[in-house]
Design a protein around this ligand. Structure first.
Ligand SMILES: Cc1ncc(COP(=O)(O)O)c(C=O)c1O
Length: 304
């Protein structure tokens, strides 16, 4: 049998992999040959963090913001950076190149490492870094064109949502329940206020035209796309506010949308049973969508 690595075929100067090339702490390898320990704490305890960055025309979007947040998430959990930031950026670039990724996403996961199962870890654990690509339409998807419906559900997550941990079971369960009920995303509710989407930042546009998203705290993940969009709002002189809002206020809003690295600015046209406006993406959302797309489509750089 041919080794998977021998099945790589030459295509011009670039090798087009027949199977995905992934990164696993000591190098690049075909996905079928990548192995991690059964005792990895990411698997046993969810003791891991991650990042996901969009790739467009082979370029990574808002990469600096994502690497900055990765470093912060790791430091909050006292997991050492597995490699310097520049080397991790190099690995991401290499993953994009080796997989010929034009449009899609790059995932990085870092776990505290592997050891005999014990809640208390030893300080000398070596963190495990893995990285992989997935193809995905991140620009001009049907959701971005037509908008999505979001469900409302109690927030089931732990208290430190500002850290991008790989403990995603709460989100996975909430998203699956919403999907079964015909929604594409779910906004999580705690003490009468929306925290955020299960995998996105929640925004509304009030009837007075103010753009509102919740302020950063332990209750929400500080979205990189949120940060980039807020900067665009400031640059364009659009009126915005960082504050919490209730499901009722959201359902009575003129417009709503979500942001994330993998969905950019995606309109929300229904929240629970309430259809917003005429059920079509609103003008402010369209404007921000176009501004963000324009910013990230410039070959030189994404907004930071
Ligand atoms: C819970 C949560 N909030 C917000 C976001 C948006 O963050 P970003 O714009 O950095 O992708 C995500 C993205 O995965 C998320 O999982």
């Amino acid at each position: 049998m041919l080794r998977a690595s021998a099945r790589l075929v030459a295509e011009g100067n670039r090798r087009a992999p027949m199977e995905r090339i992934v990164y696993r702490h000591d190098g690049f390898t075909p996905e079928s040959e990548a192995r991690i320990s059964l005792f990895d704490r990411g698997f046993l305890f969810g003791d891991a963090v991650y990042e996901v960055t969009a790739a467009l025309d082979g370029r990574l979007i808002d990469e600096d913001l994502h690497l900055e947040r990765l470093e912060r998430s790791l430091s909050e959990l006292e997991i050492p950076m597995p490699l310097p930031r520049a080397e991790i950026a190099g690995i991401q670039a290499e993953l994009v190149a080796r997989n010929g990724l034009k449009e899609g996403v790059v995932y990085l996961h870092v776990s505290r490492g592997a050891a005999d199962r014990d809640f208390i870890w030893s300080e000398d654990l070596k963190p495990l870094l893995i990285g992989f690509t997935q193809t995905k339409i991140v620009r001009d998807s049907p959701s971005q064109r037509e908008g999505i419906a979001v469900d409302l559900a109690p927030d089931p997550r732990w208290a430190r949502r500002d850290v991008k941990t790989a403990m995603l079971l709460g989100q996975a369960l909430a998203k699956r329940a919403a999907r079964r009920r015909g929604f594409q995303e779910v906004w999580l509710v705690e003490e009468g206020e929306i925290t955020e989407g299960a995998s996105s930042t929640a925004w509304i546009v009030t009837r007075e035209g103010r753009i509102v998203t919740r302020g950063n705290s332990w209750a929400v993940l500080p979205g990189c796309t949120r940060r980039a969009v807020l900067r665009l709002c400031a640059e364009q002189g659009l009126s915005f506010e960082e504050r919490a809002f209730s499901p009722e206020e959201a359902q009575a809003a003129a417009e709503a949308f979500v942001t994330s690295a993998t969905s950019f600015v995606t309109p929300v046209v229904r929240i629970g049973d309430e259809i917003l406006g005429d059920g079509r993406p609103g003008p402010t959302t369209r404007r921000l969508q176009a501004l963000y797309l324009e910013a990230v489509s410039k070959p030189e750089a994404a907004p930071a």
